[in-house]
Design a protein around this ligand. Structure first.
Ligand SMILES: *Cc1c(COP(=O)(O)O)cnc(C)c1O
Length: 441
């Protein structure tokens, strides 16, 4: 086990950050509010490893929440980004990289015909919602409790991710007017969805769902759930927006839909992408059929814009990343995900710590509870104290996990056999720490 020499520098930087940045962080889940302790200040990453400013080394299982699918500072990505940056960081005018990236996405996802780039997943979903309302002339958006679709006003209702971690059911500053057309239903609840469509199907602009919810921990759709959503939308002339910001190009070469469409036979009307398609830079996208996408300005009247959208450096990073995401990479990710989850599960079992391993392709998470999780209500029943103890011990032993019991874990193509062994060794200690919080099988 590597030696840790303390976190004095991280504490110093966090102290400074707290004076000038609310909570010291640029995005809430990065604060250790839910797990306790001081966030590490990272200065370098290479492959599967990240290094804090104190000189400690960690195996990274956050991967920037998904984008670092190849590991940190992949030499080819660094080369393309550096070359592109030297040619100018931004033109505010068209450039070839965005065309190449759009073509790459379309090549991978058969039913996508057009792509519009934005800079964050939040914007991508905002745009998809606006498009759906314009295309249908209707107002209501159906979303599911525990699904996170970014922080736009209308969607910040029973959202997952940081909203859950920090125990904020909704957000002040969001008016009733902004959310009155958002209807939240329980995830995986067929009866609730069927009943709502029966009552108000003709008012629904779109159903918005994560392809696989992974912002309340990983909660796979029950068999047929997404297909049902697609059928109900189709029958009511509403659109299905599949949010693949997390799953897109991570769980397979084309994302979740690509992985399942041959067996499940359903197709969404719009997709949203982000995370992996930027390879660690701010790129996200809304994508779909030409018919719907061409409603966007300048062809159509649905307005949408962005100063840095399709940025040449960011799209170079995304394009290079996707080009390196070949079949052998996805095989490796699946294998690593299995290895990491099985060493963690074994360690927890040895100490009698109640847990559920839930996964969808190479995305997985652990719920510290003894019953399977199908919905947000189920997810909130877990023992977050046991998770926090587990998290802190993993960090002290050189493994950086998402600092929340409600987040997926991320493997990369750079994780090695040695990493798996080290994760197993850390988990043996962390499972004891979790067991010591009291609640066991
Ligand atoms: C991360 C995420 C978003 C928001 O993306 P940002 O780039 O953080 O704005 C939206 N939807 C899903 C499913 C996500 O995982």
């Amino acid at each position: 086990m590597r030696e840790h020499h303390g976190i004095k520098e991280s504490e110093y930087w966090h102290h400074r950050a707290l004076q000038v940045i609310p909570g010291g962080v640029s995005s809430p889940v990065r604060a250790f509010a839910a797990v306790g302790g001081t966030p590490r200040y990272f200065v370098r990453g290479v492959g599967s490893r990240v290094f804090d400013i104190d000189g400690n080394e960690y195996i990274d299982l956050i991967g920037s929440w998904g984008p670092m699918i190849l590991g940190h500072a992949h030499p080819e990505v660094v080369r393309k980004v550096t070359e592109s940056a030297a040619l100018s960081s931004s033109f505010g005018a068209p450039s070839p990289n965005e065309v190449l990236l759009a073509e790459e996405i379309i090549r991978r996802v058969r039913c996508v015909e057009k792509v519009r780039f934005v800079s964050s997943g939040t914007e991508a979903v905002m745009t998809a919602v606006r498009l759906a309302r314009a295309a249908t002339g209707r107002n209501i958006i159906v979303k599911f409790a525990g699904c996170y679709h970014g922080h736009s006003d209308a969607l910040l209702v029973q959202a997952g991710s940081g909203v859950v971690t920090l125990g904020l059911p909704n957000s002040p500053g969001v008016t009733q007017g902004q959310t009155q057309d958002t209807v939240v239903l329980p995830y995986n609840d067929v009866d609730a969805v069927v009943a709502f469509f029966a009552e108000r199907g003709h008012e629904i602009a779109a159903v918005l769902t994560e392809a696989v919810p992974a912002n309340m921990g990983v909660v796979p759709p029950k068999d047929g759930f997404n297909a049902l959503l697609s059928r109900l939308c189709h029958d009511s002339n509403a659109l299905l927006i599949l949010d693949e910001v997390m799953t897109g190009f991570r769980v397979s070469s084309g994302g979740w839909w690509h992985l399942v469409h041959e067996t499940e036979q359903w197709t969404p009307d719009l997709f949203t992408y982000g995370k992996v398609i930027g390879g660690g830079y701010p790129v996200a996208a809304v994508a779909g059929s030409a018919k719907v996408m061409d409603l966007l300005a300048p062809l159509g009247s649905v307005y949408q814009a962005g100063t840095l959208s399709g940025n040449p450096v960011a799209t170079a990073a995304g394009l290079t990343t996707l080009q390196l995401c070949d079949d052998s990479l996805y095989d490796r990710l699946n294998q690593r995900a299995k290895e990491v989850s099985s060493v963690i599960s074994s360690a927890l079992n040895r100490e009698g710590v109640a847990h559920q391993l839930q996964s969808a392709g190479n995305l997985f998470s652990f719920f510290f509870t003894d019953s399977p999780v199908f919905s947000f209500t189920d997810a909130t029943k877990q023992d977050t104290e046991a998770f926090s103890a587990f998290f802190r011990a993993m960090l002290d032993n050189g493994v950086s996990l998402p600092p929340s019991a409600f987040e997926a874990w991320f493997v990369s193509g750079a994780h090695t056999d040695a990493d798996i062994e080290q994760i197993a060794a850390a988990a043996a200690i962390a499972a004891k720490a979790a067991a010591a919080t009291g609640k066991t099988l």
